[in-house]
Design a protein around this ligand. Structure first.
Ligand code: ATP
Length: 255
């Protein structure tokens, strides 16, 4: 993954504070029985950001995304989308309001074909007569329109990931969440995914993602938030984050 190309250095781009806030997480807490997954966590995502959540295993990253998506109710705090309170809203309502997620756990149907998977995702969002054209548009958008229509179990891991991104895009989101999009990918697939995310962003998509692969983060993230033990630990560009000695220490397991 070292050879991942940086066509430009998003990490060196100072996020424009003038861009509107699209998503705001305010003082969120989450407890699972005796486990405190998040405490007083705040996050601001601006229009056009590629914003990355990083942190050691169990830091609370996926829980943040799941609370925003309405998959878990928060124990405290508030989530606002374009200034509107969406806290605790049902997932399908959150999707309708413009957020979509590609989870870490595979969400494809391996024994169905690529197009059958796309139909399942897209049928709720376009009339039946437009379904074929919409599927053509989506698979072209993620550059898997050259694969034919195989059973999904015969696709590579990377191709399945891109199919899932196409499925997530079928709801026409303004914000796309990606939970570890580079996990398990080889160098070329990682590069393809980085280019794809940057291209979607260039077309106007705001992205919030979780990733452990720092080369991938470096290639695409404009803004990085570090979580540690369910709290915000640091925030800034990746260069700022990596020059923070305390952040380096938590990755080495010394805090
Ligand atoms: P990783 O990088 O390993 O995916 P993460 O930063 O995404 O970790 P979370 O999955 O958000 O971390 O988990 C945060 C904490 O909450 C962990 O201690 C985890 O075990 C706990 N947790 C998450 N989901 C649940 C659940 N449904 N029930 C009980 N505990 C949970």
């Amino acid at each position: 993954m070292n050879e991942i190309q940086e066509t430009e250095r998003p990490g060196s781009e100072r996020p424009g504070s003038e861009r509107p806030v699209v998503l705001e997480v305010k003082n969120i807490a989450k407890r699972f029985g005796g486990i405190t997954a998040l405490t007083d966590f705040n996050l601001t995502v601006r229009q056009g950001d590629i914003h990355c959540l990083i942190g050691p295993n169990g830091a609370g990253k996926t829980t943040v995304l799941k609370i925003i998506m309405g998959l878990y109710p928060p124990s405290a705090g508030r989530v606002e989308l374009n200034g509107h309170n969406i806290t605790g809203m049902k997932s399908h309502e959150v999707v309708k309001r413009g957020i979509s997620i590609k989870m870490q756990v595979p969400g494809v149907y391996p024994d169905l074909t690529l197009r059958e998977n796309m139909i399942i995702a897209a049928q709720n969002f376009v009339p039946k007569k437009d379904l074929d054209a919409e599927i053509d548009r989506l698979i072209k958008l993620v550059k898997i329109d050259n694969l034919g229509n195989p059973l999904v179990k015969n696709l590579s891991h990377g191709q399945q990931q891109w199919l899932e991104i196409a499925m997530a895009l079928s709801s026409h989101p303004n914000i796309l969440f990606l939970d570890e999009p580079a996990a398990g990918l080889g160098p070329e697939e990682t590069q393809f995914t980085a280019d794809l995310v940057k291209e979607l962003n260039a077309q106007g998509m705001t992205i919030l993602f979780i990733e452990h692969d720092m080369n991938f983060v470096r290639a695409i993230a404009k803004q990085v938030t570090v979580l540690h033990h369910g709290k915000k630990f640091a925030e800034g560009t990746l260069d700022e984050i990596l020059s923070n000695e305390e952040v380096v220490q938590i990755y080495l397991g010394k805090q």
